[in-house]
Design a protein around this ligand. Structure first.
Ligand code: ASP
Length: 315
């Protein structure tokens, strides 16, 4: 039996203490703690890493504070299109969905793809059809409405119509102001099996069916018992270009780096070189956990069988 651990994130970005109220801070911490406790309980009862990360993510998806499931951000068209992925490090099986609508828990749908389809990655209407076939719970549009997400979107929804010269620079300025959402979990169970899961509404005002790193296996989500389980959050385009989660695994496998060293290299060196803002959480097969960010904050927490439990927000 090995030490078991669960690690969570609830998004990274320009999360500053001066923008927060004590009540909001408490609400985020409570949300993370609740998901940690639930995921940890699965591990404590001898459950698998996959079931632990899924259970934790369902709680976070149901919490309107986080940009996933119920709290998903608005697209350019004013709807929610969600992405999610889950990966089992014991056999490298994986399931992912992108651009799904009205699915209450996209992580449940990704798990269905992993377990009950011959595929890894489903998108859009096809993924929604599969949700219906598998009996995955759907919700009406109203369920996904929250005033603060709506206001966030309203503030920038017209932004690129103003900007005739819509350069990357301008886009980056917009991104810099925003707090990334997304929820993720990684776990090591008592048998030393690893799993990773990530779920997101993506980026506010996204268009053209944009898909971020979260559901892309190897970019935002990756798990392999031989190395680590990783879930990322941040400016997805850079995480895809960096193949960020898999790069951590490669640095461990081919270069012999520790989890912490590999994550530091990817987040603080490689992603920084691309101006890729964000962070990631990781766990290795010994139950070691790491949480690394290059942004001002990342909602995060961990709990393990050695009795360590912590939740934090700022860098
Ligand atoms: N990485 C996510 C995306 O680009 C956003 C986030 O982490 O908040 O879709």
């Amino acid at each position: 039996m090995s030490d078991y651990t669960i690690v969570l994130h609830g998004g990274a970005g320009t999360i500053l203490k001066e923008d927060m109220t004590p009540a909001l801070e408490q609400a985020y911490c409570d949300g993370l703690q609740q998901a940690l406790d639930l995921g940890y309980a699965v591990l404590e009862q001898g459950g698998t890493a996959v079931n632990a990360v899924k259970a934790a993510l369902v709680i976070l998806e149901d919490n309107v504070l986080f940009n996933a499931g119920r709290g998903a951000v608005f697209t350019k068209k004013g709807v929610q299109e969600m992405d999610a992925a889950i990966m089992d490090g014991s056999d490298l099986s994986a399931g992912a969905v992108a651009g799904v609508r009205n699915v209450r828990n996209p992580i449940e749908l990704a798990t269905e793809v992993m377990r009950n389809s011959n595929h890894v990655f489903l998108s859009g209407k096809g993924a929604n059809d599969f949700a219906i076939k598998q009996g995955v719970k759907l919700e009406p549009d109203e369920y996904f409405f929250s005033q603060f997400r709506y206001d966030q979107w309203k503030a920038i929804r017209d932004s690129d119509t103003y900007s005739l010269d819509h350069t990357n620079h301008h886009l980056e300025e917009l991104m810099r102001d925003k707090k990334f959402g997304t929820v993720g979990a990684v776990a090591c169970d008592s048998k030393g099996n690893l799993a990773a899961a990530t779920s997101t509404g993506g980026m506010t005002n996204k268009k053209y069916g944009r898909i971020g790193d979260s559901p892309v296996i190897g970019a935002g989500t990756y798990a392999n018992n031989a190395t680590c389980a990783i879930s990322c959050t941040g400016h997805g385009e850079m995480f895809i270009r960096s193949v960020a989660a898999y790069d951590v695994s490669c640095l461990m496998e081919y270069k012999g780096l520790s989890l912490q060293e590999a994550m530091d290299t990817v987040v603080n060196r490689k992603l920084m070189a691309l101006h890729g803002e964000g962070g990631m959480i990781g766990v290795d097969a010994k139950g070691n956990a790491a949480m690394v960010l290059n942004s001002a904050g990342m909602y995060r927490g961990m709990k393990n069988s050695k009795g360590v439990t912590e939740v934090s927000i700022y860098k």
